[in-house]
Structure formats: C-alpha cells, structure tokens
Design a protein around this ligand. Structure first.
Ligand SMILES: NC(=O)c1ccc[n+]([C@@H]2O[C@H](COP(=O)([O-])OP(=O)(O)OC[C@H]3O[C@@H](n4cnc5c(N)ncnc54)[C@H](OP(=O)(O)O)[C@@H]3O)[C@@H](O)[C@H]2O)c1
Length: 344
C-alpha cells in the first residue's frame, strides 16, 4: 500500500505501489504459497484507515495489502503442510507469500482445502466466504422458513447473489433483490432466479416494496444500510427478521450518516434486527460448504463470479465494489489453476 485514501476518495491504483523483491529462504515452521486468486472485499477498505476495522489493525504505507486468497503450497518446512496442497487464507496482495500459521490473521479462516473443487476460485466464492456469509446470515440469523417473503439488498453483489439463490432453494415464496442498474436487475431474474429485482437508482423503492410485499417482508438480508434499510423497515411483516450483514452505503461515507427513520417499525412489527459476523461460525463452516457444494453439483446453485485478471488490477477490482461495478462475486485471478491437484 502506497498511501492512505482520504475519506471522500474512491479507492484505486493510486493508493498502491508495485514492488518486486527476492523470496526469502524458508525457516522451520514456514511454507511458501503461490497465489492463484484473491477476493477483494468491502472490509478491505477498512484496513486502509485507522479505526475502521474491528478485527485487524490498519496497515501503514509500505506494508503488503491484506487479502484473502487461494494458493498452492510450493515448498514447505512446516510439519502439517506439503508442496502441492491448496490453501485458503490471508495471502495478501502478492504473487507469493511465506505463511507461518499463527497470530491474529490466522485465527479465523486459514486452512488447507482437503478436496479442492475447480475452478479453485469457488472456494473464495459460493463455497467460501460469500457463500458461508449468505448461508449463516439467512438461515441462522434470519431463520428463513419455506413460504417467507424475502428482500436482499446489493442482491447482485457477492453475498447477495448467493443469498437470493439460497432463499429460492429453501422455498421462499417471494425473493426480491435491489441493485444499481437495469442490467444487474435482469441478471438477477434471468440467471439467479430472483422473482423481482428493483433498480434502487431509478425506481421508487418505497412504492415498489409496498406493491410487492402487501403482507410485508418476512426476512430482509441487508448488505447496504442507509435509505434501503429505511424503506425495508417501513414494509416489515409481523415478526420479521432483519439481518444486518453489511452497511456499505454508510460505512465509508464522508459525513456521519443518520440512523434509520423507520426504526419504530421494529417495535410495532415485533421484529428482530440482528447483526452477525461470519467469523463466529467458522467452527461450523463445513456444514455450509457441504450443503452449498451439494446444490452446486446438483445444478441448483450457480457459480456467479465476476473475474478480473492480473494482480496489478486488484486495486481497481476493490474500488469497483464501491462503484457498483461488479456483477456477482468479485474475484481477481493472479495465476491459472494448476493442471494437477493433490487431494484426499
Ligand atoms: N457480516 C459479515 O460477516 C460479512 C461478511 C462478508 C461481507 N459482509 C458485508 O456484506 C456486504 C456485501 O459484501 P460483498 O463482499 O458481497 O460485496 P458486494 O455486495 O459485492 O459489494 C459491492 C456492491 O454493493 C453495492 N454498493 C456499493 N456501494 C453502495 C452504496 N453506497 N449504496 C448502495 N449500494 C452500494 C453495489 O451494488 P449495487 O449498487 O448495484 O446494488 C456493489 O456492487 C458488504 O457490506 C460487506 O461488508 C459482511
């Protein structure tokens, strides 16, 4: 990372510098990983500003940008990792990394993938963080039931594109998504099986929600916050569940954002609004992975990746998330998948 962005700046390549250096020799307990793909995530913006990540300290200029990715072990002096293994973890925005699994960054999600599925990017997408976030958010926090009427915001984003598919598969009677363009709205309905998609940039969201949910929204899976949350709160069903997954509309806004004006609806509708963090579910991660893989293999769950090629394009790939430039799960391919994989 070359310099910190200011509050009102879009994140882009001007905040990063490309640096080449020699790979140091491995020490005992270390292994060398070749990066194959990385997933930009809105939370990564928080690593660039002190005080914005609750989990990890902000980076200083000159440090390697943090980022989750899939890699292959190339050489190892670690007793539990051997060359050829596929590995998911905090690889950083770099072509190779030396890993030594301990410390804060390794607490949550770093692990060998015993039976890799190709393309390997699936383990960052529908079988990875995006899929597990949608799964636990919708089913555990949202307590989704067959017959529910469901609304998903940022529905054409990474988590949202999986959440809508899960709601459909689990028998929701109505699945509605919001997105920022007509093309994304068509994609949601034609490709992912959403019943209706609302372009929140051009349509009157309050009116559309009133029309579409005459008996109210049972589950609102919110990735956005702000005005979309407010409009959803105004249209809740009795005993609705509001799942707060993210708040990308207000997270990095230049000015402090007001709270939802329709907060009182939570009381009148006896609704529950609950935030969650995926890391809390890591010990149950395989439960989600197995179910999502089963649906993927059965053709029920679509892989919905939006791939950018080249590590040098990672800063712009991250910036796209804040400009609505992605359709589906944003992945950056750094190197091709290996032809031969070792697995259990
Ligand atoms: N709780 C957890 O454990 C957890 C885990 C992972 C992610 N998250 C959160 O979940 C959300 C989705 O994550 P993701 O990785 O899948 O990203 P994503 O949805 O792919 O994020 C990008 C999308 O958000 C929408 N967006 C961006 N800025 C916006 C704004 N100012 N107002 C309204 N919409 C805006 C854009 O879509 P449109 O404008 O086209 O709708 C954009 O394509 C994020 O808020 C993320 O921080 C939470």
């Amino acid at each position: 990372m070359a310099r910190l962005p200011t509050r009102d700046e879009d994140i882009s390549s001007r905040h990063f510098a490309w640096q080449e250096c020699r790979i140091p020799e491995l020490q005992d307990g270390e292994f060398l990983v070749k990066t194959l793909c990385l997933a930009p995530a809105p939370a990564q913006r928080g690593y660039l500003e002190p005080g914005y990540s609750d989990f990890l300290p902000a980076l200083a200029p000159g440090e390697v940008m943090r980022g989750r990715g899939i890699g292959q072990v190339i050489a190892s002096r670690h007793p539990d990792h051997a060359a050829g293994e596929i590995f998911v973890g905090s690889l950083g925005w770099q072509t190779y990394s030396i890993q030594k699994p301990r410390g804060a960054e390794f607490v949550f999600s770093t692990r060998r993938i015993p039976r890799p599925v190709q393309p390997l990017s699936l383990h960052l997408g529908i079988l990875g963080q995006a899929g597990a976030t949608a799964w636990f958010g919708l089913l555990e926090v949202g307590n989704l039931q067959a017959g529910d009427a469901v609304l998903v915001s940022a529905a054409a984003g990474g988590v949202g594109s999986v959440a809508g598919q899960i709601a459909r598969i689990k028998g929701a009677r109505l699945v509605v998504g919001t997105a920022g363009s007509d093309a994304k709205c068509r994609w949601l309905c034609d490709t992912l099986g959403y019943d209706v998609a609302i372009n929140y940039q051009t349509e009157n969201l309050h009116e559309r929600l009133r029309e579409l949910f005459p008996t109210g929204i049972d589950v609102f899976f919110d990735n956005v916050g702000g005005d979309i949350l407010d409009a959803a709160l105004a249209n809740l069903a009795m005993h609705a569940r509001v799942v707060i997954c993210g708040f990308i509309a207000s997270n990095y806004a230049a000015e402090p954002q007001p709270g939802p004006a329709n907060y009182s609806r939570i009381v009148y509708k006896r609704a529950r609004m609950e935030g969650f963090v995926l890391f809390d579910y890591w010990n149950r991660y395989q439960e989600a992975e197995q179910a999502l893989l089963g649906w993927y293999r059965a053709g029920l769950l679509k892989n919905c990746e939006d791939v950018t090629d080249g590590l040098e394009n990672m800063p712009d790939a991250l910036g796209e998330l804040f400009r609505g430039g992605n359709t589906g799960i944003k992945i950056c391919r750094v190197a091709p998948d290996p032809e031969q994989l070792t697995g259990e």
